[in-house]
Design a protein around this ligand. Structure first.
Ligand SMILES: [Zn+2]
Length: 290
């Protein structure tokens, strides 16, 4: 029995190495197969890059502010790696962008507008969550926003520095997400955020933005942020980054596209749902550990 187990493990390892060399080429189908294989055989995740126990480093690129025909949308939709797009509800291209992203094999998030501490109200967009709302109103608004964005697998906040630090409102938002089977990604627009703490308490995946790619709208800054991503992986195996369509959109998409070949030598591009799935597997392993 031990021998069969060893033989099977050896076979998987050899298969993983072959698959990695084949899949390292930049096309999406390959990445999808790798993701599927990893899901079927978790042991494969430790066998890439010729190393025996080297874990796969995963990068999830999330692009915010779709849904309003913003600059850079087309370019983001044609990247040849898995991407996650956050689409604002109730806007002219909300449905069209969600359908297109889904057909591309991307993950779709509801980019839920939330009241900020500062900023103009018109930047919020329709359907925003405000701190003056009752729990019932918040509940209704979140449900309507989710209903408005087809194929959504999760939610993240548009602005929201005031709401993400408000435990009453955030708890209600997360309860609706959980009921609807959606995860919540904290864009981390404020250091006082309670999202991570609440997600942990509610048994939901804990997901937060690690690096904003385009908080300054220049090509040199976005390139600098990509370098930060590479440094991040010196101490971490997963990284979630957020970029935008709109004002920085064309530059952000161009820098991402140019960076893909070099990054693919070091990391695996994944959709956010893949990171959620692996968090779940880690939690199951912890719960069942002797
Ligand atoms: Zn946004």
């Amino acid at each position: 029995m031990q021998f069969i187990h060893w033989l099977w493990a050896g076979f998987l390892q050899a298969l993983a190495k072959r698959m990695f060399h084949w899949l390292a080429r930049p096309f999406m189908g390959g990445c999808a197969v790798l993701v599927c294989l990893s899901a079927l055989f978790p042991g494969l995740a430790a066998a890439q890059d010729g190393g025996v126990d080297q874990p796969i480093r995963q990068l999830a690129v999330v692009i915010d502010d779709l849904g309003n025909n913003m600059a850079g949308t087309e370019e983001i939709m044609s990247l040849h790696v898995p991407v996650t797009v956050a689409i604002m509800p109730f806007l002219p291209s909300t449905k069209q962008d969600a359908i297109k992203a889904h057909e591309r094999g991307y993950d779709v998030l509801v980019h839920l507008p939330m009241e900020p501490l500062r900023g103009k109200p018109e930047w919020l967009g329709p359907g925003a969550i405000k701190s003056s709302m009752s729990d019932e109103e918040v509940r209704r608004k979140v449900n309507e926003a989710i209903d408005n964005v087809p194929y959504a697998v999760g939610v993240n906040n548009h602005m929201g520095s005031k709401i993400t630090s408000n435990p009453r409102i955030m708890s209600t938002v997360l309860d609706v997400c959980k009921e609807r089977g959606l995860f919540f990604l904290d864009s981390r627009t404020d250091y006082r955020t309670v999202v991570g703490k609440l997600c942990k308490e509610k048994g939901m995946p804990v997901l937060g933005n690690d690096i904003f790619l385009d908080d300054v709208h220049t090509t040199s800054h976005i390139q600098k942020q990509i370098k930060k991503v590479e440094l991040w992986f010196k101490n971490n195996t997963q990284c979630i980054v957020i970029g935008h369509v709109g004002a920085p959109g064309p530059k952000t998409s161009r820098v991402i596209k140019q960076s893909i070949p070099a990054l693919q030598n070091q990391v695996q591009f994944v959709k956010l749902s893949q990171i959620v799935k692996e968090q779940g597997e880690i939690r199951i392993r912890e719960l069942t550990a002797p």
